[in-house]
Design a protein around this ligand. Structure first.
Ligand code: F6P
Length: 544
């Protein structure tokens, strides 16, 4: 948006910061986390919450966020004013809150059980999905010992996160691999060493028109055939909301599982999209994940504001980004099992809330979030220098679990110690006076502190905890989206690039066509840089 547009937006107030919160933010400039802890001995307790899932406990420590009780109260009232609770009700009732696509938003209903408040029609969709997954798993022959999931975005990230995490908790019943990218190396690596006669290919695509997934599916089918599979359809399963497109694709697909159009790709963990998880780790594992999500759904809908963990998490993200102006957020799991969490959350949060107009098409007045991160402790040896001493403040979410999943308890304790210590260093820092040593180095060694973080510490990581973690982040994303006033459930921004990629590909292949009928390559691009890049690639690829 041009600077004039941004100025108009701030003035017109679409999603702008209410004066009360702006005042509170200003008053905090003269305070610090050191002061806040020093003046309130009960802060660590009063700003943390625990969720019990039956098989584990989840502890959320919000005390190292730059907030006071007054700020939290003001955030709750802003959430009421902005309609968080009304829109939540509309979502649960199956109303078309995704108004730009005219769709309801039903990922929560997909994990609802019979006594839930979800409308019967939505529960019926959920039941169909559960039955289809169950029957597919039960009817898949045991000699098919490998699964290759083909899908991208939400059709890859959720199942990949779940499989990677579950592999740390239990031995797989089948090996599961993933290929998402159109980069041919991705599929090459995924099928390397597998026996095509014993491999199930799951083609996951809500739209069943996604270039990457369909290209990989075609190559995977060719690989099955080349490997002596005479009836590839018996080994190819599709998950989609567009069964007609499966038929039209010409791919041999023996079984098609449905997925409602009202479940967004990045919210599809509760649909049939994680079929590969059930094939790899068993139906029970997937059910447990969905149980964890459902427990968080019930909490999000039923808990009072002051106890509502996803509500608080989403409001704190919005506070940090929209009010305090910290435009990026880092997610750092201290858990190898959760190494794929940052990538998963990047799509969930940024594809949902990376919007610059609100629901009415008015410019959004404040920054929307950038999400990134990496696994700890590795990240400490990469970007933490910047987190501690860089000129930008990057609020962090740390995620860890007390019971380790690896073979050494003491090393796991060291891992958790590092997580806790990093949040401590970020919050409290060390002054030049405290750091001591050579006077010339003090300014370099001092770390400013006062950098906010939330710590999510689980008693142990179970499939339920995993589901609860995903459900918590889904709801926090929803809350943040309503606070911005955006539609969190469309993703129009990805369309232009997809469209242009098709055009550029035609230019590269010389199939664009031009009026003269001469070599059609590089004729359609309309800017000099694109024309140059296409021409350079065409020149160099001839030498490959
Ligand atoms: O990146 C855009 C997007 O549409 C995502 O929203 C989605 O998860 C991904 O592409 C894959 O889409 P599909 O499951 O329809 O192939």
């Amino acid at each position: 948006m041009c600077s004039l547009g941004r100025l108009m937006a701030v003035m017109s107030g679409a999603g702008s910061v209410p004066p009360q919160l702006a005042t509170l933010a200003r008053s905090l400039r003269t305070s610090s986390l050191r002061d806040l802890f020093a003046t309130d001995v009960g802060r660590a307790d009063s700003l943390s919450r625990t969720l019990s899932l039956g098989d584990c406990e989840l502890f959320f420590d919000f005390s190292k966020q730059l907030v006071t009780t007054q700020v939290i109260e003001a955030l709750f009232s802003t959430a009421h004013e902005r309609g968080v609770f009304d829109v939540r009700k509309q979502m649960i009732a199956g109303e078309a809150i995704n108004h730009t696509e005219g769709r309801a938003v039903t990922h929560v209903a997909m994990r609802a059980v019979s006594d839930s408040t979800a409308p019967a029609s939505l529960r019926a969709l959920a039941e169909v999905s559960r039955r289809e997954v169950r029957e597919t798993v039960q009817q898949t022959p045991a000699h098919n010992t490998h699964v290759v999931n083909l899908g991208i975005g939400g059709s890859d990230l959720g199942p990949a996160l779940l499989c990677d995490a579950l592999a740390a908790m239990r031995p797989p019943q089948r090996s599961v691999r993933f290929a998402s990218n159109i980069d041919p190396l991705d599929l090459d690596r995924a099928i390397e060493g597998l026996d095509p006669r014993h491999t199930i290919v799951v083609v996951c695509s809500k739209a069943f028109g996604t270039t990457e997934t369909l290209a990989n599916a075609r190559r995977a089918v060719a690989w099955l055939k080349a490997g002596g599979v005479s009836n590839p359809g018996a080994q190819v399963i599709a998950v989609t909301s567009q069964p007609d497109r499966v038929a039209a694709s010409g791919l041999p697909v023996g079984r098609v599982l449905s997925m409602p159009e009202s479940v967004g790709g990045r919210y599809s963990v509760s649909s049939a999209v994680p079929l590969a998880v059930a094939l790899g780790f068993g139906l029970d594992a997937l059910h447990d994940v969905h149980d964890g999500m459902r427990l968080v759904d019930e909490h999000f809908v039923g808990a009072r504001d002051a106890d509502n963990v996803p509500l608080i998490l989403g409001l704190l993200w919005w506070w940090n980004t929209a009010v305090l102006g910290h435009t990026s957020v880092a997610v750092v799991p201290y858990s190898r099992a959760l190494a794929l969490l940052p990538a998963y959350l990047q799509q969930l949060i940024m594809e949902s809330n990376g919007k610059s107009v609100d629901r009415d098409g008015r410019p959004v007045a404040v920054s929307t979030p950038v999400v990134w991160g990496g696994v700890g402790t590795n990240a400490q040896h990469a970007f933490f220098q910047m987190l501690h001493q860089g000129t930008q403040v990057v609020p962090c979410d740390f995620v860890g679990h007390s019971a380790g999943l690896g073979a050494s308890h003491s090393d796991h304790d060291t891992l958790v110690a590092n997580m806790i210590a990093q949040s401590q260093a970020l919050a409290f820092g060390v002054t030049a006076d405290e750091v001591g040593g050579a006077a010339t180095l003090r300014a370099h060694r001092a770390t400013p502190g006062n950098r906010p973080s939330t710590t999510l510490l689980f008693s142990r990581l179970t499939p339920r905890a995993l589901g609860a973690l995903i459900g918590t982040y889904e709801h926090a994303t929803f809350v943040e989206g309503v606070m911005y006033g955006v539609n969190s459930f469309d993703q129009w921004g990805v369309e232009l690039g997809k469209h242009l990629a098709a055009r550029v590909a035609a230019d590269i292949n010389g199939t664009s066509g031009d009026a003269t009928g001469a070599d059609a390559g590089a004729t359609r691009a309309t800017d000099a840089s694109t024309i140059n890049l296409v021409a350079r690639h065409r020149q160099w690829r001839n030498g490959r």
